[in-house]
Write a protein that binds this ligand. Structure first.
Ligand code: FMN
Length: 389
């Protein structure tokens, strides 16, 4: 099936699943423990129904929204995802360019396979850098300076990974960095020659932004002979002691638009306001971290009510449809981010795949707005949605 026969996120998902060797597909799709939160992220959208108003002139629709100092052409942007080269050799630059063409923001992860500088060279669109605080404080300051030099528009601190979530599919697959070549992994790779041909062009899965630092560490998780499970890697490299004071320090050092990603309570959103963050991203990491937490769509209204205009409310996790976006905005979000949907598209068709997926989703948002009877993002209010429970 060509990408031209993909008409929604699910079509890209099906194509990605066929294209990727099993351990890589499982890493992309996987969730923590029993996947309760992963399932709930999507199912929770069905607990809200849209309440359209008719006989409204919807000939012109303005989808722009302003978050993190950036005007986005439509209210969806790309969440940070690590190691994009696993899905396609175009990797992070392909996704960043597709985001720029679509008039939206791209977020580069600390554990990306392309450096801050290379992504800046690949795309002059708006970019945010996502920080995982590693055990070396000097390194984080260095990353912040590099983002300033490369003209990144915003920073985002992810707070929901003090430890890695329990992703049992990855453990079962022996998924590690570099991949452990078990007979099963090899068989799966051999069965996906097209993926292998792409991967062979640049078979380097090291974390481009931090590999020099890692080379000096006692634990050498990447680019070395000894494969290390992702869980062990995060345990060795990430700093679990990061607290609100450290977050406040980072905001001061960056001195620009700053998002805190992974917030799941009104109390934490209030603290984010207190330390001067620009935005909170209500997110459960797409169900990959703590299983059993609520879906962000269920939390937006309480958080938005509590923080008012003092901080921007963004959400991610489970967004697959334009109607999901409108529901999230109606509950109080200013924008939403997507993770897996653009990775499915990257795996399915590289940069043209992401281009097409973003365009289809953009049209879905536009159509949903027109059918709901709103002509701008600001016009979408809580009256346009009804909670079923
Ligand atoms: C394969 C994969 C890798 C991810 N890597 C990161 C990361 O490096 N940093 C981060 O903050 N979030 C990461 N996330 C979480 C996303 O930023 C986002 O919160 C999540 O994907 C949203 O849920 P969705 O996939 O249902 O859209 C990752 C998600 C996936 C699927």
């Amino acid at each position: 099936m060509s990408i031209n026969n993909c008409f929604n996120v699910w079509d890209f998902r099906a194509k990605a699943k066929r294209r990727l060797p099993r351990p890589f597909w499982d890493y992309l799709e996987g969730s923590a423990d029993d996947g309760y939160t992963f399932d709930r992220n999507m199912a929770a959208f069905d607990d809200y129904e849209l309440m359209p108003r008719y006989l409204v002139d919807v000939a012109k629709i303005d989808m722009t929204t302003k978050v993190l100092g950036q005007t986005l052409d439509w209210p969806v942007f790309l969440a940070p995802t690590g190691a994009s080269r696993m899905w396609h050799p175009g990797a992070e630059p392909a996704a960043a360019r597709a985001a720029a063409k679509s008039g939206t923001l791209y977020t580069l992860s600390t554990v990306a396979t392309t450096s801050i500088e290379d992504v800046a060279a690949a795309s002059d669109g708006s970019k945010m850098f996502q920080i995982y605080v590693l055990r070396d404080k000097g390194l984080n300051e260095h990353l912040i300076e590099r983002c300033k030099a490369a003209n990144f528009a915003a920073l985002c601190l992810t707070v929901d990974v003090p430890n890695l979530g329990n992703r049992e599919r990855d453990l079962r697959n022996g998924f590690s960095s570099p991949p452990k070549l078990t007979a099963r992994t090899l068989a799966s790779i051999a069965a996906h020659p097209r993926w292998l041909a792409g991967f062979a062009k640049k078979p380097d899965l090291s974390f481009a932004n931090i590999k020099d630092w890692m080379a000096g560490q006692e634990h050498k998780p990447m680019s070395t002979q000894a494969p290390m499970s992702t869980q062990a890697y995060v345990g060795a490299a990430f700093d679990p002691s990061v607290d609100w004071d450290r977050a406040a320090d980072m905001i001061k050092k960056w001195n620009g638009p700053f998002a805190i990603k992974g917030i799941l309570s009104v109390e934490d959103a209030r603290r984010a306001v207190e330390i001067g963050a620009t935005a909170v991203m209500i997110s459960n990491h797409g169900g990959r971290q703590l299983d059993g937490v609520p879906a962000p769509i269920d939390l937006i209204a309480d958080v938005a009510d509590a923080v008012g205009d003092r901080i921007e409310v963004i959400m991610d996790s489970g967004v697959r449809r334009g109607t999901h976006v409108v529901k999230a905005l109606a509950r109080g979000a200013k924008a939403v981010a997507i993770g897996r949907p653009y990775l499915y598209a990257l795996a399915a068709g590289g940069e043209p795949g992401v281009d097409r997926m973003l365009e289809l989703l953009r049209l879905e948002v536009r159509r949903a707005m027109a059918l709901t009877g709103v002509t701008s993002v600001d016009e979408i209010t809580e009256d346009h949605v009804r909670a079923l429970r």
